[in-house]
Design a protein around this ligand. Structure first.
Ligand code: ATP
Ligand code: MG
Length: 596
C-alpha cells in the first residue's frame, strides 16, 4: 500500500519517469534553441530575446482559492526540485483566471508556504512570479485568431442542448447548428460577447475540433464563457473569461515552460493541450518548441484528507482550531506542528513520482522528521504526566534538605558544540506517573516496591512505596537514594539497575503546557469512496497536559525543536509559546506508531 522509493545511500535522488523525460530532452537538445525574452510573451516577444539560459522551465500553478496542503508540497518539491536539479527555473504562477474564488489572503499564504519549504522563484536576477490574469489580453487575441482561422465558433445552444449533443462514451456527439457559422459571423458575435451584449450563459466560444472524437474533451470544448464578475486583478474589464483548459496551456506557452507537470486527472486533456498549442504556434502566435504536459499520480497520505472543501468544513465547524491547527495537513498546519521543510521535502522525495499512484503512510512523514531532527535537535528531559517522587533519605545522604546535587548532560550526544545542559537533583522530583506500578506487570523494570532504578544523569534510587490521597489516587511515590551512585562519579556503576527513568527537579522545573497530538482520523482513508470523513474523527487527537521541563528550556523560542528523552520530538508553539509560559507540542514520537 505504501509506495516508496528511497533515495540511494549516497543521498542521490531515485530516478523516475519525469527525470528520464527531462534527461532525454536535455540529451536530444529538444529545447536548446529556445529563446526567452526575460518575461512572458508571444512568439515575436521571445524571438527578439536571447537564447534561454535556463535549460528547462517548470511551474507551480496554484489557484489562489485556499491554503496549500501536503499534496501541493509534492507538486512544489517536484517542480522546483526538477528545475534546480537540471539547471532550470521554476515559475511561481497564480492560476487566477476564475474571477469568483480568489483572494489576496490565499496569494500571501501560498507565497509564504513555497518560500518556507525552501524554494525561490527568483533566478538570474529575474522575479518569475506570474499571474495568469495578466494574460487575458493575449488569450482574447488568440481566441480571435482561432476564429479567423476557422478553429472556433460561438455556440448559442442552451447548456442542456450542449450537454445532450456532446454524446457520451458510447455515442458520438452531434454538431451544433451554430457550428457552420462563418469566421466573420463568429468574430462579430464573439465581440458582442466581450462587449456585454449577451447575457451570462447565453453563448460560449468553442473550439471546432471533432464532435465524434472518442475523447470527449476533444468534442469542441468551450474556450470562453460569459460571466459578469469582478476580477481581483482586472476588475470589470472583462465579462468573458477563459476556461481553465484553454487558459492553462497558453499560460505555459507564454512563459516558455518546457515541462508542464500535472496530476493524472488531466491526462485526458493532453490531446487538447497539444491541439491548442500546435494550432496557435502554427498561426505564429506562440513560440516553438512548445511546452509538453506530463502527468503523475497525486500524493495520497493515509489518515489525511486534502480536499479544500472538506478542510474548510473542519475549520468552519470548529473541529480543529483553524487552518494552522497542528493536526491539519495544510502547510501552515504542518509548520505549526513542527514538521521541518527538510522533513516534508524528504517525505515527498521518498514517496516517489510515478503514474501508478497509491498511498503513502503518514508514518513516512514522521520518519522523515526523525531523520532530519535526530542529528540536530537538542535533547532535554520533560515529564508529561507528572507525579511527585520523594527521596526520603535526602538529608541523611547529602547533609541537608536544601542541598542540590548538580547534574549535567550533553545537549546532543554527537554535537559537543551544542554544549552542556545543567540541572539539579533535590529531595523532590517529577517523574512520569506510569513509571511507577503498585503491581508491576511482567517485564516492568521501573519503579515498584523494592526495585532500584537510575534517575537519568543522577543517582540510583530504591522504591519504598507510594502515598495516596483520600480518593485512593497515588499522590506521591517514595524512594531512598543509594549513596555514591551519581552518574559520572567513580563507583557509579557498582549498583546494577535494569531501568533508567527521566525526571525533572521540583525546585528547578519549568511548568509547561504540553499538547499531545495524534492522528485526526481513525480511518486510514477517511474520505475514500465518498465516505463521511466526520464519522471517523479521533476524539483523542488533541490532549493538553500540564507537565514539567528541565531548566535548559528556559530560553526556548517559538519554533525551537527538541527531543524530549523517551517522549519524542517537541516544538515550542509558534503562536502560543512565551518565555515564562512555555507551550510545546509533540511533533512525533520516537518510534513509528502509525502503522499499527
Ligand atoms: P485540491 O483539489 O486538492 O484542493 P487543486 O488541484 O484544486 O487541489 P491547485 O491550486 O489547482 O489545487 O493545485 C496546484 C498544483 O498542485 C496543481 O498542479 C495540482 O495538480 C497540484 N496538486 C494538488 N494536489 C496534489 C496532490 N495531492 N499531489 C500532487 N500534486 C497536487
Ligand atoms: Mg485545481
Amino acid at each position: 500500500m505504501t509506495n516508496s522509493s528511497d533515495p540511494g545511500a549516497a543521498g542521490k535522488p531515485a530516478s523516475n519517469f519525469l527525470r528520464h523525460i527531462v534527461e532525454r530532452d536535455l540529451a536530444e537538445g529538444t529545447y536548446a534553441q529556445r529563446h526567452f525574452a526575460g518575461s512572458p510573451g508571444d512568439a515575436a516577444h521571445h524571438a527578439a530575446g536571447p537564447l534561454d539560459a535556463a535549460k528547462i522551465r517548470t511551474r507551480f500553478p496554484p489557484e489562489p482559492n485556499g491554503y496549500l496542503h501536503i499534496g501541493h508540497a509534492k507538486s512544489i518539491t517536484l517542480n522546483f526540485g526538477l528545475a534546480a536539479e537540471y539547471g532550470g527555473v521554476c515559475h511561481m504562477r497564480f492560476d487566477d483566471t476564475n474571477p469568483e474564488k480568489e483572494e489576496q489572503e490565499y496569494v500571501d499564504s501560498i507565497l509564504d508556504a513555497v518560500q518556507w519549504l525552501g524554494f525561490d522563484w527568483h533566478a538570474n536576477g529575474v522575479d518569475h512570479l506570474y499571474y495568469a490574469s495578466n494574460y487575458f489580453d493575449f488569450m482574447y487575441r488568440a481566441a480571435e485568431a482561432l476564429i479567423a482561422a476557422g478553429h472556433a465558433y460561438v455556440d448559442e445552444q442552451s447548456p442542456d442542448e450542449m450537454r445532450a449533443n456532446r454524446g457520451d462514451f458510447n455515442t458520438p456527439g452531434t454538431n451544433s447548428p451554430y457550428r457552420s457559422r462563418t469566421p466573420a459571423e463568429n468574430l462579430v458575435r464573439f465581440r458582442e460577447m466581450r462587449d456585454g451584449k449577451l447575457a451570462d450563459g447565453a453563448a460560449v466560444l468553442r473550439a471546432k475540433i471533432d464532435m465524434a472524437s472518442p475523447n470527449i474533451n476533444m468534442r469542441d470544448p468551450a474556450l470562453y464563457r460569459i460571466k459578469r464578475a469582478t476580477h481581483h486583478n482586472t476588475g470589470d474589464t472583462w465579462c468573458i473569461y477563459p476556461m481553465y483548459t484553454y487558459a492553462h496551456p497558453i499560460e505555459d506557452a507564454l512563459e516558455q515552460v518546457t515541462h508542464s507537470i500535472c496530476t493524472l486527472e488531466f491526462e485526458d486533456q493532453r490531446p487538447f493541450y497539444d491541439w491548442l498549442l500546435d494550432t496557435l504556434a502554427a498561426l505564429g502566435l506562440l513560440a516553438q518548441p512548445r511546452p509538453h504536459q506530463y502527468e503523475f499520480a497525486r500524493l495520497n497520505v493515509t489518515y489525511v484528507i486534502t480536499s479544500k472543501r472538506k478542510l474548510k468544513a473542519l475549520v468552519d465547524e470548529k473541529i480543529v482550531d483553524g487552518w494552522d491547527d497542528p493536526r491539519m495537513p495544510t502547510i501552515v498546519g504542518l509548520r505549526r506542528r513542527g514538521y521541518t521543510p527538510e522533513a516534508i521535502r524528504l517525505m515527498c522525495e521518498r514517496a516517489g513520482t510515478s503514474k501508478a499512484g497509491g498511498w503513502t503512510d503518514y508514518g513516512a512523514l514522521d520518519a522523515a522528521l526523525r531523520d532530519d531532527l535526530e542529528g540536530k535537535a537538542a535533547r532535554a528531559m520533560a515529564v508529561i504526566d507528572p507525579v511527585k517522587l520523594k527521596l526520603t533519605n535526602w538529608a541523611e545522604v547529602f547533609g541537608s534538605e536544601t542541598h542540590r546535587e548538580p547534574c549535567h548532560a550533553p545537549a546532543h550526544p554527537h554535537l559537543p558544540e551544542l554544549g552542556t545542559r545543567s540541572f539539579g537533583l533535590g529531595p523532590e522530583v517529577w517523574i512520569e506517573r506510569d513509571d511507577f506500578a503498585e503491581v508491576p506487570p511482567k517485564g516492568f523494570f521501573r519503579l515498584f516496591l523494592g526495585n532500584k532504578v537510575r534517575l537519568k544523569y543522577g543517582c540510583v534510587i530504591e522504591c519504598t512505596g507510594c502515598e495516596k490521597d483520600a480518593n485512593g489516587t497515588i499522590s506521591a511515590v517514595t524512594a531512598t537514594v543509594v549513596p555514591d551512585t551519581k552518574s559520572g562519579t567513580p563507583g557509579a556503576d557498582a549498583v546494577k539497575v535494569k531501568g533508567t527513568i527521566t525526571w525533572v527537579g521540583v525546585h528547578d522545573a519549568l511548568r509547561a503546557e504540553l499538547r499531545i497530538y495524534d492522528r485526526l482520523f481513525t480511518d486510514p482513508q477517511p474520505d475514500a469512496g465518498g465516505k463521511d470523513f466526520k464519522a471517523s474523527l479521533n476524539p483523542n487527537s488533541k490532549r493538553v497536559m500540564t507537565g514539567y521541563l528541565e531548566p535548559s528550556l528556559a530560553n526556548a523560542k517559538p519554533d525551537d525543536k527538541f527531543q524530549f528523552e523517551r517522549h519524542g520530538y517537541f516544538v515550542a508553539d509558534r503562536i502560543d509559546h512565551a518565555a515564562g509560559a512555555p507551550v510545546l507540542s509533540r511533533i512525533a514520537s520516537l518510534k513509528d506508531t502509525w502503522a499499527k
